[in-house]
Design a protein around this ligand. Sequence first.
Ligand code: IPE
Ligand code: IPE
Ligand code: MG
Length: 229
Amino acid sequence: MEITNLPRHVGIIMDGNGRWAKRRHRPRSFGHSAGMDAMIRIVKRANEWDIRYITVYALSTENLKNRPREELDELFDLLRKYFSNNVKELHARGAKVRVIGDKAPLPDDVRRLLEDGEKNSPPDGKFTLTFAINYGGRAEIVRAAEVLRENGKNITEESLSSELYTEGLPEPDFIIRTGGEVRLSNFLLWQSAYAELYFTPVLFPDFSPKEFDKALKEYSRRTRRFGGI
Ligand code: IPE
Ligand code: IPE
Ligand code: MG
């Protein structure tokens, strides 16, 4: 399939793991594990398209506050697994790994694994894979404003952007949400001001490379005006 006009930066709200598991009469953790596999397949597909920036929403600030401890522990286990087993291969494929969000409340070993994944990234990576973990758009904006205030800086769109977790990343062109909900749930609020949005009922573990291609095709048909005519 040929697609012209690909997004430079794709954000993915990976939703629907729990419902996917429920349909199979399995625990939610089974869905999260299948979601992790789906994510790995989508990142490979995005690489094949030469998409340079991918940001995946893995855990929101609200998830950390509102999910049962047991489920959070299972999610941390998955992160442990991924960051100890898969990240080296990603680096070898030329990926820069980045984590956005507040790592401080995460278990120490998970925080260290995430930091190592970032630190050991190749300096001039071919693409950047960003994980949003304990990430919330509102908390990110408040934190940036606080930094500017503490340093006595003026608040402008540029200065505020430069203090966001995403500093240095281009704004997302395309945001995909799986799982049927039609909302952003606090994902990249500032950065997605002009992003194209795509919602699909497909639950994330079923979001195949073919579904991803379908989304890209839809993106390529959109007209972005940025307020112009
Ligand atoms: C998304 O799947 C993954 C996380 C929020 C960690 P959910 O766990 O929200 O799955 P559903 O929405 O309950 O099906
Ligand atoms: C959004 O999914 C967060 C992630 C995918 C990490 P949620 O399942 O937490 O969103 P809501 O609660 O349905 O808005
Ligand atoms: Mg959900």
